[in-house]
Design a protein around this ligand. Sequence first.
Ligand SMILES: [Zn+2]
Length: 121
Amino acid sequence: MKFCYCRECKILRPKNWYSGKSCDICEKDCTIFNVPRTMFGRAMYVLDGLAVALIVLYFARFQMGWDWASVISGVESSTLVIVIFALIFASFVLAFIDIGKMTEKANRMVGSGVAGKPPSR
Ligand SMILES: [Zn+2]
């Protein structure tokens, strides 16, 4: 995930991939650096993938009645919906932890000079 550190404002913020390299506040250039996702982020992708797979299965089984989806024929549709929502909720929680951990790491990286030397005073 990309972070932007503005030496002018001394503010560290996560950056979206589509946003430029200027500070959101003073609009001067900020230092962009990348912090790898944590295991929480990777677990989040796994849960998202599972949720998508179950949503596809849900529609195939209960809306379309396709035969290949009968692998879940023993499962009630309401149970499946609960599991899907639980997965999505867990994925949100993991994303929250992931961003917290990445922000911590980004702060340490700024402290160790990844964004250039802090201006001396
Ligand atoms: Zn700034």
